[in-house]
Design a protein around this ligand. Structure first.
Ligand code: DAH
Length: 335
């Protein structure tokens, strides 16, 4: 058997363990490696036990000296390990706080939400522009009767617009309104002039579907009644509106005929090299005013009916009206 180790040698090893351990503990960069280090230093088969393995061979005077030194080293290393573990814990917490903060301003992960259909958005834009000119919104029913849809608008019994070909009749007297003009009558019955209204809504006609026709479509009706209104007020209003809506597209007024206006015009805008009709308009026919008990010598006014689909198609460059009704998401998501 080799000669018993000297106290000096063991103390030297304990000193070396002390300085190595202090360095390694300080270097440990996470809790796992610190735990491995603890086992390595203080575990049953660790460095300290290894050094103390020779204790049995020390004399009874030497043993307590080394024992004391070993115990105090153990306590010291445990304290260093405990301190380091706290440091690592708070560093990892700080790290989490920085990296896992919830950014409440970040965009949500995208629950799909709907949005305005381009037709409705166009109708609202038209209405908004007229509201900016002082007009109010009025509404009327989609199921109308003969009186409001035709007679009160000076559309005689034999007028082709009443034809079964054009109108969806629900009964002899009830029908799906073919235009928004009946709102003019309903509004004037309840509201004495001066009035300025816009009325957006759906209208129905027995048209076959093609690139420019649909049996259900949308109009915005415009009506202004006051003292002293004339055709230049109509033209000025229409031009102001069209310029705000389209910018500077070329516009032309074309003489036309509607039973409820005199004189009447159709308004075209130039689009893709062609003239495209976007509205009918005119000075309200005196007989319509008389039918409402209004004196045409005192009151005059103008009216217009705008085709919302046309406005929408020009605005967005859509070439086929059917795209507006087929609910194809690939199309709708572009707006
Ligand atoms: N109601 C007509 C139509 O649907 C459009 C129209 C023309 C409305 C002239 C008006 C107007 O108010 O003055 O064809």
């Amino acid at each position: 058997m080799s000669s018993p180790p000297s106290i000096k040698q063991i103390t030297g090893e304990l000193d070396l363990l002390e300085s190595d351990a202090a360095l390694e503990i300080a270097k440990a960069s996470d809790q796992d490696s610190l735990e491995k280090l603890r086992i390595n230093l203080l575990g049953k088969k660790g460095r300290l036990s290894g050094i103390l393995g020779v204790m049995g061979r020390l004399s009874s005077e030497e043993r307590p000296l080394i024992g004391q030194r070993a115990n105090s080293l153990k306590t010291q290393l445990q304290a260093l390990l405990a301190k380091r573990i706290e440091e690592l814990k708070s560093a990892s917490l700080a790290d989490q706080l920085i990296n896992q903060t919830l950014d409440v301003t970040a965009p949500a992960s995208g629950i799909p939400i709907g949005h305005r259909h381009p037709l409705i958005a166009t109708s609202e834009k038209i209405v908004d522009l007229f509201c900016g000119l002082g007009y109010e919104v009025a509404q009327g029913p989609e199921i109308e009767n003969d009186h409001y849809n035709f007679s009160a608008l000076n559309i005689p019994k034999d007028h082709p617009a009443r034809d079964m070909q054009d109108t969806f009749y629900l009964s002899n007297n009830l029908l799906l309104r073919t235009h928004t003009s009946p709102v003019q009558i309903r509004h004037l019955e309840k509201n004495p002039p001066p009035v300025r209204i816009v009325s957006p809504g759906r209208v129905y006609r027995r048209d076959a579907v093609d690139a420019t026709h649909s049996p259900v479509f949308h109009q915005v009706e415009v009506l202004a009644i006051d003292e002293g209104l004339n055709f230049s007020h109509l033209r000025g209003t229409v031009m102001a509106f069209l310029n705000s809506f389209f910018g500077e597209l070329p516009v032309r007024f074309r003489a036309s005929y509607f039973p409820f206006t005199e004189p009447s015009a159709e308004v075209d805008v130039q689009w893709r090299g062609k003239w495209l009709e976007v509205m009918g308009c005119g000075m309200v026919d005196p007989s319509v005013l008389e039918g409402l008990g209004l004196d045409p010598c005192r009151w005059s006014g103008f009216a217009a009916g705008l085709g919302v689909e046309r406005f929408c198609m020009v605005r967005h460059g859509i070439d086929d009206i059917r795209r507006l009704y087929t609910s194809d998401l690939r199309f709708l998501q572009q707006f």
